[in-house]
Design a protein around this ligand. Structure first.
Ligand code: SAH
Length: 366
């Protein structure tokens, strides 16, 4: 396996370059390119061609390699299928929005959580990602923003974010971040200090690992927390999310309120609206009846939170159905009537298989 220069310390990189009979300052130049996300040595324009070639034959730049890049029809979403050094594959997504450029990163190769509606967990957990492997996903997106030939067709954010910079991070790709908490924390610290991404523009989404939430509280950075709730009762939640057998709804929410109280932050609740086919092949509401909306309201009333209603992205292997816009709106109306902040998540990149783990799964099936 070729060494990955991004993973080297500055001293190691310098030694590597000096061993190639090159002056030390070349190491600095290479480092600058690596920090910008250069995917290959050929992009390193101020390095002599002979050295670029020599580097290329002996080493790799980043700990991730782009295997596939998919662009949604509207040009707003780019999805990357990335390969790690040991051949594992992960996904990341760049979303160009009116408030900035947001990147959704994976924290694990695969997932052990076994949620019944999700594609990411179908092949099980392969391994945790290193902090460098998570960080490299941001670099890939940053490079894309700055070098991308489609950019004229992309919408430009009108916020204070630089158009060509990653401004927001969501740890919502494949994997459960709070099963890889220390590397995720390390990654976020670096995204903040090296890329200048503010704590409040970073969101970690969890299925509800209570000790992990407590670790985030102890860590103390005012990031955003999102909880994948998806059901308002333990009985229903345990059917679709095995983790609920370990940490019950009330324990998860208590931990989440402890987090939001610490930082005076709004909690994001994720709630996928699911239907199921009955024996007459009719689609019935699974977790999305008005009674479920009432139960959800009871759990959240008076709390500082926002419910993100998520239309389910169909996964062939999964036995659920997506619901019509009407069913989604009726559910939302009940929450609003009860004074619960809510919005419907806009679907992005469904034409390129942007739901969790779809691209990786489809590639593995081939
Ligand atoms: N493990 C973490 C983060 C990854 S999942 C968590 O559970 O929060 C990110 C979000 O996408 C979660 O809310 C997850 O439940 C949701 N999700 C998974 N599969 C989906 C699908 N097919 N359609 C829509 N949302 C999905």
């Amino acid at each position: 396996m070729k060494p990955i220069l991004f993973n080297f310390t500055d001293a190691e990189l310098e030694q590597y370059i000096v061993n190639m009979a090159q002056p030390k300052f070349r190491a600095k130049q290479v480092r600058e390119w690596l920090n910008r996300g250069a995917p290959d040595f050929a992009s390193m324009k101020n390095i002599p061609e002979s050295l670029r070639k020599e580097l290329d034959s002996g080493a790799q730049t980043l700990p991730v390699k782009i295997i596939k890049k998919l662009e949604s029809g509207d040009g707003e979403t780019t999805k990357f299928l990335l390969e790690l050094n040991d051949g594992e594959q992960i996904e990341s997504v760049l979303m160009r929005t009116t408030y900035g450029n947001s990147v959704c990163v994976s924290s694990q190769a695969g997932c052990a959580m076994g949620c019944k509606f999700c594609a990411s967990t179908l092949l099980g957990l392969k391994r945790n990602l290193t902090a460098n492997e998570i960080y490299a996903q941001i670099l890939v997106a940053q490079w894309e923003l700055r070098n991308d030939k489609f950019s004229e067709k992309h919408i430009k954010p009108n916020g204070d974010a630089n158009n060509d910079d990653v401004s927001h991070i969501v740890v919502m790709g494949t994997g459960e971040p709070l099963q890889n908490t220390e590397n995720v924390i390390d990654f976020i610290e670096r995204a903040n200090s090296q890329m200048g991404i503010g704590w409040r523009r970073i969101t970690v989404s969890t299925c509800g690992i209570v000790p992990g939430i407590d670790r985030l509280i102890q860590w103390g950075r005012p990031i955003n927390l999102a909880i994948s709730l998806h059901a308002p009762t333990d009985e229903l939640r345990s059917q679709i999310m095995p983790i609920n057998n370990k940490y019950k709804l009330s324990e998860v929410l208590d931990a989440a309120w402890r987090f939001t109280d610490t930082h005076n932050r709004q909690l994001m609740i994720e709630y996928i609206l699911l239907g199921k086919r009955d024996e007459n092949d009719e689609i019935v509401l699974y977790n999305a009846s008005l009674e479920h909306a009432e139960r959800l309201s009871e759990l959240l009333r008076g709390k500082n939170c926002m419910v993100n209603l998520i239309p389910w992205n169909a996964v062939d292997e999964r036995d659920f159905s997506s619901l019509s816009g009407n069913a989604v709106h009726r559910f939302q109306d009940t929450l609003i009537k009860n004074g619960i902040h809510t919005r419907i998540r806009r679907e992005r990149g469904t034409d390129i298989g942007s739901a969790c783990g779809q691209l990786r799964l489809n590639n593995a099936k081939k």
